[in-house]
Design a protein around this ligand. Structure first.
Ligand code: V47
Ligand code: SF4
Length: 387
């Protein structure tokens, strides 16, 4: 029997514009902006899923990556006012806010001594008093304590604010952090690049141009990064394609993005709570179209603490090849916004089982996707320590 994608192409019922896209995917060709928009308006879940799964299996076979990481959120106090944010508090607003000092952060790091974690992910609110020097010293302390731990830290939003306050250019600031031990940047703060939509949902934080310039500068300095897209709120399909197109264009230039991470807008306790959340079908369609459109970004991540374990499992048939990490319950940005996972922690064994249940190969990776361990035939004969 012909592979599913060829069966699709030979189906007489398929509209010619979709057939053309399917042929491009089969021939490993890039789809255009307009074709991306067509997929959003006309591509049914089964159709986009078949194309995305073809690409996923061409790129990674059955492999599904995860890593052993933990998150530190130093504070949720933030000078900005993103309308979708359920997590931030103003400096003067004491209720529900937290600020960790250096000792408390180092205590979290030390909690993982002797545990085989490979990455710490540090992001938080943009605190007016926690500046560049504070965070550079913190990273150095972490690296002095545990040199092998990969430090993935600070969104472009946090960096833009710190560099502006320190009167440093992006090159100077990023070089400075790199010297202190910063290894890569997470993908947050991208939201939606369209300037009009951005103005409505997060007017006061770093602009699209600044976000892209910080990531471009990082890539040129040998600091890889991720990229996110916040979808399912007031944006139109065209805005999603525009967002991915700007990332794809930058990636052609720098090749510095490892992973694209679509983030579903969650509507609990924020200024956009009146907007309904999109369906699981839309989540899966979005992953699939992202996989088809972003042909030059190697990995597509479903961030399970936000989307939930079941959708994360499903997403592995819709283009996703990475389900992030073991994490722990210190990540609050989604739990406070109403995600399914109210206490997001999975042991390695649970993550491996989750992947195996849907017949994929669980591969533990480090931040840069070097294989740490292939768990396909691994037998857990005792309880493996969490994370
Ligand atoms: O930029 C905030 C999002 C992001 C909501 O690089 C919300 O590996 C949905 O970027 N509904 C920060 N999303 C988190 C982030 C991230 C997460 C996991 C992995 C990586 C990585 C990066 O969280 C923000 C924003 O887009 N966010 N509030 C909300 N209500
Ligand atoms: Fe601050 Fe980030 Fe929340 Fe925006 S999303 S208000 S920058 S913590």
């Amino acid at each position: 029997m012909a592979p599913p994608i060829q069966q699709l192409i030979s189906s007489t019922a398929l509209p010619s514009e979709l057939k053309l896209i399917a042929e491009k995917v089969l021939n490993n060709e890039r789809i255009t902006f307009d074709e991306g928009v067509t997929l959003y308006y006309k591509g049914e879940l089964g159709f986009v899923g078949t194309l995305a799964n073809h690409i996923r299996e061409q790129k990674h076979g059955n492999k599904t990556f995860f890593n052993r990481n933990f998150h530190i959120e130093p504070t949720n106090i933030c000078v900005f006012d993103c309308k979708f944010c359920s997590y931030s508090r103003l400096l003067k607003q004491k209720e529900g806010s937290w600020e960790l000092n250096e000792e408390q952060i180092m205590d979290i790091i030390k909690k993982y001594d002797g545990q085989p974690v490979t990455e710490v992910h540090i992001v938080g609110g943009v605190h007016p008093k926690m500046g560049l020097k504070y965070f550079a010293d913190l990273i150095k302390k972490i690296k002095d304590h545990r040199p092998d731990l990969h430090v993935k830290a600070f969104t472009a939003v946090e960096l833009e604010y710190m560099f502006r306050k320190a009167k440093m250019s992006y090159v100077e600031g990023l070089k400075y952090f790199k010297e202190y031990g910063l290894n890569s940047l997470p993908g947050g703060g991208a939201e939606i690049f369209d300037e009009e939509v951005r103005k409505q949902i997060c007017e006061d934080k770093c602009t699209t141009a600044q976000w892209l310039e910080i990531h471009e500068t990082a890539h040129k300095l040998g600091i890889p990064s991720n990229a996110t897209m916040l979808y399912g709120h007031i944006e139109k399909f065209e805005h999603r394609v525009d967002h991915m197109n700007r990332l794809r264009t930058l990636q052609d230039k720098t090749k510095g993005f490892n992973t694209f991470i679509p983030l579903k807008f969650r509507n609990k306790d924020n200024q956009m709570s009146h907007i309904s959340e999109v369906s699981v079908v839309e989540d899966l369609r979005n992953y699939a179209i992202a996989r088809i459109f972003m042909d030059n970004v190697p990995h597509l991540k479903a961030y399970w603490p936000m989307i939930g374990r079941t959708t994360a499992q499903l997403s592995l048939s819709f283009g996703v090849d990475d389900i992030d990490g073991t994490i722990d319950d210190s990540t609050k940005i989604y739990t406070m916004a109403g995600s399914e996972e109210q206490s997001p922690a999975l042991t390695t064994q649970q993550l491996v089982d989750l992947i195996k249940q849907v017949n994929r190969k669980p591969i533990e990776r480090d931040t840069l996707y070097n294989v740490v361990q292939d768990y396909t035939n691994y037998q857990f004969d005792e309880v493996v320590p969490v994370r």
